[in-house]
Design a protein around this ligand. Structure first.
Ligand SMILES: [Zn+2]
Length: 520
């Protein structure tokens, strides 16, 4: 099927139109040139001077987790612990069995910043197990029933995590005890959640993503891979996915590699990406591993999830199969650990594309090392909304200045943007706005303005750079003949409007492989 998309303003191009044939772009040019190639079977779509960019690419999120989040109790924008409990209570009144999973609160926005406790959740229900996950996904509060079902008592401990039995607090690896008790969902539910999340991404103009799913809602890499591959094969996956492969044990990674999976394996809509390692916690929950104590909690330096040797075991194993590693590193102590490991495996120029996910607390010497090793960077400008306010409370002024160094990274290494959804709502336009302003839309706090991107750079961080991080820059990230027909149509030209208007810009249409998957 041929379609002529005419009268557009195309980002970074003189062209005003393009012709697609099935899933590819076959010609770009002026509206007249493109219409000249149309025949009687060509569908003509007049874009009325709308703005067209390559489809947005979110380079780090959790699709299955986002689907599960959309399916559970959503706690975004809760203003008090009472409101949080009320939202959970409303859900508890409508269900009679199974777990209640609530996620997305941030106590920094409460009138009084408190963490929900076991006692509070017991008041909501003593019969239904309840788990409440903070927006960052690194800490959780549970009720007594949840701990009972997970087999947790006063003496339970967990490596790489912390349990406060009295208050029902679970940190880092302790979450997996509770998640293990949720019970596994079946294949159909998993597929439904993935499609629910993909629909959500399309709504924000996103056509591709790098997604980390193997240990989030089902701890079964094979089942997750099968779900994606079946959806892709059936033509039901409306976002292209590069899987950031996280594993529970080196044995799991070994059996994955043993079955012939490694980076690049897959098809048009689902491909295996790099090995993903979560090496510390979050800044909000003060579980990110720091060199210095958190100023408001003397003696507290956060949590390193892996021993050096364990991290090394994973990375070495994957490296033998040409599978690069990308590591979640938020605190500077974690980044030291990751850089030390990488130094053993990354070849000059980093041809395999090893990378750092989040890139938040970084010292100047570490930034220089990242540049020297040419490491890929996966950052999330959407974090500015929550973190601009807390950064000055977490690190000293000098370190705050050089942290979240988006501009420096963008100019020196391959750096792409993303949402880490469901940690944030995967609103790419808001992400572009925050990369350009570094000013929180919720609190008005700003981060070092020297690290702001231009609008063009911010769009590139969501398009062409994302395509490169997926290893698919020959097919994605540009409106050009030969490329896949993935693009996003907006009502305003982001490069020509006052920055504030980016927030009110509307996604009119999202197109994947020539098919309209959102809008009309
Ligand atoms: Zn993540």
């Amino acid at each position: 099927m041929r379609k002529a998309w005419i009268n557009a303003e195309i980002w970074n191009k003189e062209d005003t139109a393009f012709l697609t044939e099935d899933e590819h772009i076959v010609l770009t040019g002026t509206t007249e040139e493109v219409l000249a190639e149309a025949d009687k079977d060509t569908e003509i779509i007049d874009l009325h001077r709308s703005f067209v960019t390559p489809g947005f690419i979110d380079t780090h999120l959790h699709l299955a987790g986002l689907g599960s989040f959309k399916n559970g109790v959503q706690l975004y924008q809760c203003k008090s612990v009472e409101e949080l409990l009320e939202r959970i209570r409303r859900k508890a009144e409508t269900v009679h069995s199974g777990w209640i999973i609530a996620r997305g609160y941030n106590e920094e926005y409460f009138d009084i910043p408190v963490r929900p406790t076991r006692q509070m959740l017991d008041e909501v229900s003593r019969d239904l197990p309840i788990a409440v996950i903070r927006t960052c996904g690194h800490v959780m509060s549970v009720n007594s029933k949840a701990m009972e079902l997970a087999g947790i008592n006063e003496t339970t401990t967990v490596e790489g995590g912390k349990i406060d039995f009295e208050h029902g607090f679970m940190d880092e690896n302790a979450l997996s005890l509770i998640k293990g008790a949720y019970g596994n969902i079946d294949m159909n539910t998993l597929k439904e959640w993935i499609m629910l999340a993909a629909g959500e991404l399309n709504r924000f103009g996103i056509t591709s993503c790098c997604s980390d799913d193997y240990v989030s809602v089902v701890k079964d890499w094979k089942m997750v891979t099968d779900a994606f591959m079946q959806l892709s094969y059936q033509g039901k996956l409306n976002v292209r996915v590069s899987e950031q492969c996280e594993f529970e044990s080196p044995q799991d990674l070994a059996s994955f590699l043993d079955e012939g999976y490694t980076t690049g394996v897959g098809d048009d809509y689902f491909q295996i990406g790099p090995l993903k390692m979560i090496c510390d916690g979050s800044l909000g929950a003060e579980t990110a591993a720091m060199t210095k104590d958190y100023p408001d909690h003397p003696g507290e330096k956060g949590i390193l999830i892996y021993e050096d040797e364990d991290l090394d075991t994973y990375v070495q194993l994957a490296n033998q199969y040409n599978m690069p590693a990308i590591c979640h590193a938020i605190g500077d102590r974690t980044l030291d650990q990751v850089l030390n490991t990488f130094e053993k495996y990354v070849l000059p120029g980093n041809p395999l594309h090893y990378g750092i996910v989040h890139c938040q607390i970084m010292r100047p010497d570490q930034i220089q090392k990242v540049i020297d090793m040419n490491l890929d960077c996966y950052f999330q400008s959407l974090f500015v909304d929550d973190d601009a306010q807390i950064l000055p409370q977490r690190v000293d002024e000098k370190l705050a200045e050089c942290s979240y160094p988006y501009r420096t990274l963008f100019h020196h290494v391959l750096a792409g943007n993303g949402s880490d959804a469901p940690v944030t709502i995967p609103d790419a336009l808001r992400g572009i706005y925050l990369a350009v302003t570094r000013r929180s839309t919720t609190t008005g706090d700003t981060m070092n303005p020297a690290e702001c991107l231009t609008v063009d750079e911010a769009i590139a961080s969501y398009t062409v750079n994302g395509a490169k991080l997926m290893g698919r820059e020959d097919e994605l990230g540009e409106i050009k003949a030969g490329m896949l027909a993935d693009f996003t149509v907006m009502d305003k030209n982001l490069t020509k409007i006052p920055v504030e208007e980016i927030l009110s810009t509307k996604i009119l249409m999202t197109v994947s492989g020539g098919r309209i998957v959102y809008g009309e």
